[in-house]
Design a protein around this ligand. Structure first.
Ligand code: GRF
Length: 193
């Protein structure tokens, strides 16, 4: 069985799409959901799918031995999938899962990425720039926010009168369509550098 760990801080709509998709793919599963917020919606979604969830706050994230033990000994994780995870991943974890940890970002990186560029900040910036397209990027995770190698980008045309909220909806639709497929492909054909 190929195993995914989804890491999410927020509502978890991408997490839901990945859980739903992998529940239909033989030989693959979401083994554990990690969140840093006790009240994040992703915990309820995990329960709906019967998937265990674990709370890892900033302090626990610094505890290298227990995090690595959880991922490798307890759940035998092949791929870490960040889906709205807001804390910076510490270097020990980037190292341990290099090439096996991916993130999704709601813009066409390298535009509108980096520290402080998350959620509506991104869509507001796209809106204010007058760009005619936006999109999403799935990329490998490195020690810096939003800087790892790009795996897939998908773009969507914007209307001049799109509000930041409308841009967010358009981009989220793309994320839901493509992220589960990227996860499946990477489990099937692991990345090697
Ligand atoms: C998505 O827009 C993703 O690109 C970003 O965080 C958001 C998570 O949304 N990294 P959700 O919690 O999956 O709805």
């Amino acid at each position: 069985m190929k195993k995914v760990s989804i890491w999410a801080s927020g509502g978890g709509s991408n997490a839901r799409c990945i859980m739903e998709h992998l529940s239909t793919v033989p030989g693959m599963e979401v083994a554990v959901v990690v969140t840093n917020r006790a009240k994040s919606g992703v915990r309820d979604i995990a329960r709906e799918y019967g998937i265990p969830d674990v709370l890892i706050g900033k302090d626990q994230l610094a505890d290298q031995d227990s995090v690595l033990q959880l991922l490798s000994d307890n759940y035998d994780v092949d791929l870490i999938v960040l889906a709205g995870w807001l804390l910076l991943i510490p270097p020990y974890l980037v190292d341990a899962y290099r090439g096996r940890m991916i993130n999704i970002h709601p813009s066409l990186l390298p535009k509108y990425g980096g520290p402080g560029m998350y959620g509506m900040h991104v869509h507001q910036a796209v809106h204010d720039s007058g760009d005619e397209v936006s999109g999403m990027t799935v990329h490998h995770v490195t020690e810096q926010y939003d800087e790892g190698g790009i795996i897939l980008q998908a773009r969507v045309a914007l209307d001049p009168d799109d509000s930041p909220q409308r841009i967010a909806e358009r981009v989220l639709q793309l994320e839901h369509r493509y992220y589960p497929i990227v996860v499946e492909e990477l489990l099937r054909f692991p990345y090697s550098s």
